[in-house]
Ligand binder design. Structure first.
Ligand SMILES: [Fe+2]
Ligand SMILES: [Fe+2]
Length: 289
């Protein structure tokens, strides 16, 4: 049975309300926060105001209105920050698409930097932001459509974050190691660097993520067909932008990084067999010939 959604689900942001709910009530908590250099921690209690406004400048106004200032993380500023996370998630807009680039004269490390900074990082932010909204809907209303949407989003968020982790922890370092080796700098271990296996895993992750995105969009369409709710509209808008950017992102990986890395691997294997063989270097244009 579907219950009509008649009220907004945002918790009371008044100071009296702060600290009154359990610390993890309705909290996200599905996607693990990455810990490491440059790892984003947005839309978590560990986030600082500057983290929010760097990624979403429009949140400056909301931070000011709710009194979330610099100097303290969200969790230190407010012991039960779920209402603030929800307000911030609602007030942020999907990031602008990154500008198209000519990669023909670039090198592998430049492409990887672009992928991490302009696609992975905003994607992680958006997964957390939209996850907060989807989970809040399922948490606040008894509705089968919203439960299905929440479950589909959990699957997407979990699998896609694992995919990004795998690329950053396995695929990209191997591509960079091949590039380094082809420049004549060996890693000292003498063991062969295997890029092909990592790339196969990356390709299967893309197919899985596309399926997971489609499942979320189908669940959203079904929910919006019978429920009028402004948060559903926000999730729908965010998912459209996320899917569009993911298409650009995977096209860069499958269409440019993969052939360049495989080409570099061939050169690397040839140079291991014949150390005197000249390596032409890893410019991405070689992969597009
Ligand atoms: Fe990626
Ligand atoms: Fe990928």
């Amino acid at each position: 049975m579907n219950h009509q959604l008649t009220h907004t689900s945002i918790p009371d942001p008044s100071p009296a309300h702060r600290g009154s709910a359990p610390a993890d009530a309705g909290a996200p908590g599905v996607a693990r926060a990455r810990h490491g250099p440059g790892a984003p921690s947005l839309f978590t209690p560990m986030s600082f105001r500057s983290d929010f406004t760097a990624a979403y400048p429009e949140l400056e106004r909301v931070c000011r209105e709710i009194g979330f200032g610099p100097g303290l993380s969200l969790g230190r500023w407010c012991t039960s920050p779920d209402w603030a996370l929800l307000e911030l998630a609602r007030s942020a807009s999907p990031p602008q698409p990154s500008a198209a680039c000519d990669w023909s004269q670039a090198e592998i490390d430049e492409l990887i930097t672009c992928l991490v900074e302009h696609h992975h990082r905003p994607l992680r932010h958006e997964l957390r932001r939209l996850g907060i909204l989807a989970r809040n809907l399922a948490h606040c209303y008894v509705n089968a459509r919203l439960s299905t949407l929440d479950q589909a989003f959990v699957q997407l968020e979990t699998a896609l974050c694992a995919h990004l982790d795998n690329e950053e922890d396995e695929v990209f370092p191997r591509c960079l190691a091949i590039e380094t080796a082809n420049r004549g700098h060996q890693d000292g271990t003498g063991s062969r660097i295997d890029v092909t296996t990592a790339i196969r895993m990356m390709a299967s992750g893309h197919a899985q993520s596309m399926q997971d995105c489609a499942a979320v969009q189908a669940a959203l369409d079904a929910a919006m067909g019978e429920i009028a709710n402004s948060d559903l509209v926000l999730v729908h808008r965010g998912m459209n932008a996320l899917v569009a950017d993911f298409a650009v992102h995977t096209a860069l990986e499958d269409g440019i990084l993969v052939p360049a890395a495989l080409f570099a691997e061939e050169q690397y294997d040839a140079s291991r067999q014949d150390p005197d063989a000249a390596s032409p270097g890893p410019r991405l244009a070689y992969a597009q010939d």
